[in-house]
Ligand binder design. Structure first.
Ligand SMILES: [Zn+2]
Ligand SMILES: [Zn+2]
Length: 287
C-alpha cells in the first residue's frame, strides 16, 4: 500500500493554546507515526472566544481550517491539526445542551483535508446569574468545579477581556473573583459561566479525544482506487422500503463514499444492516 505511510515521520503542527495536545497527541502520534508540535506563540483567541468578546469567523469547520492554515503559515510546515468546539441546544432533544467537536487534519503536501467529528450530550456548558455567594457555590458544585473552571463577570454582555475573569479553579480565586464582580456590578448581579476552554474543561477534553478517534477512522479508510486516506461518506440517500408495504420511508437506504482526490465513488446499500424499515417508520402503515 503505497500511501500507508503518508504521514509517518512527519511533523504536525497543532494550532492550540489550550493544551489540546493532551487529548490529541496520544491518539494520533502512535497511530500515524507523526510528531505533534504546538507553536509557543500562537494566539488562537483571535479566531473567536467562547466568552463572546471576540466573535468566531464563519462556521465551526471554517474556523478550524483557518487556525490550521495560520499555523502552517507561521511555521512553514506542511501538516497541521486544529480543533473547534461549539455548544448549542441539542438538535433533537429539547432543553438539553450538546457539544459538537471537530478535529481537522490539513495536509498541504498531499492536498488533503480530513475532518473528525463528535456530537455529545456530555457537557457541563451552563450559566447562572447570582446575587449571593451561596448561589455561586451551588452553581460551581453543579458544573464540576474545581476540576472544571469557571468564568465570572459583572455584566451579561462582555465587550472586552477586562470585564471578565476566566480560568477560576480554586475556592480562593472564586471568592476573589466574586468580590471583584460584586464591587463592579451596577445591579448587584454577578454572571457566572462554565469555562469551556479545553484545559479548564476535562469533559470537553474527552469529547475532543472522541472526535480525534473519529478522524483516525477516516484517515484509515483508504480509497479503493488511488489508496489516499479519507474515503468518506458524502451523501446519504433515504428511502429504505417498509417491511410490510414496500413504500419508501425516510430512513437511509444507501450511502455514497467518495474520494476527495480522484473522485472515485462507491454506493453502499443498507448501511445500518437492515434491508427493510420497521412499519412504525412508514407513513402509510403508521400514519
Ligand atoms: Zn481516490
Ligand atoms: Zn408500510
Amino acid at each position: 500500500m503505497k500511501n500507508q505511510h503518508l504521514f509517518s515521520n512527519r511533523v504536525a503542527i497543532l494550532a492550540t493554546m489550550h493544551q489540546k495536545q493532551q487529548a490529541i497527541a496520544p491518539i494520533l502520534e502512535p497511530e500515524l507515526g507523526i510528531k505533534i508540535l504546538v507553536p509557543t506563540d500562537f494566539n488562537t483567541d483571535i479566531f473567536g472566544t467562547f466568552t463572546r468578546e471576540i466573535e468566531r469567523p464563519g462556521t465551526q469547520i471554517a474556523a478550524a481550517k483557518l487556525k490550521a492554515t495560520k499555523a502552517l503559515e507561521l511555521t512553514g510546515e506542511k501538516l497541521a491539526i486544529a480543533s473547534e468546539g461549539s455548544f448549542a441546544p441539542h438538535p433533537y432533544i429539547p432543553y438539553i445542551y450538546s457539544n459538537r467537536e471537530i478535529v481537522i487534519l490539513l495536509d498541504i503536501e498531499n492536498d488533503l483535508e480530513l475532518i473528525g467529528e463528535e456530537l455529545s450530550l456530555e457537557t457541563n456548558f451552563s450559566h447562572q446569574v447570582a446575587e449571593n455567594i451561596q448561589q455561586a457555590y451551588d452553581f460551581a458544585i453543579k458544573v464540576g468545579f474545581p476540576e472544571h473552571g469557571l468564568v465570572i463577570s459583572y455584566q451579561q454582555i462582555v465587550k472586552d477581556s477586562s470585564e471578565i475573569i476566566k480560568g477560576i479553579t480554586t475556592e480562593e480565586k472564586l471568592i476573589e473573583a466574586w468580590n471583584w464582580a460584586m464591587n463592579n456590578s451596577p445591579d448587584g448581579k454577578v454572571y457566572l459561566e462554565t469555562d469551556m476552554r479545553a484545559l479548564y474543561n476535562p469533559t470537553r477534553m474527552k469529547n475532543i479525544a472522541k472526535a480525534t478517534y473519529n478522524l483516525l477512522s477516516k484517515i484509515k479508510h483508504h480509497c479503493p482506487q488511488c489508496n489516499i486516506p479519507g474515503f468518506d461518506i458524502t451523501q446519504r440517500i433515504t428511502g429504505l422500503p417498509c417491511a410490510i408495504c414496500g413504500m419508501p420511508t425516510s430512513l437511509v437506504h444507501s450511502v455514497i463514499y467518495q474520494c476527495q482526490k480522484c473522485s472515485y465513488s462507491q454506493e453502499k446499500l443498507f448501511p445500518n444492516g437492515k434491508e427493510f424499515a420497521d412499519p412504525s417508520q412508514c407513513m402509510y402503515c403508521n400514519p
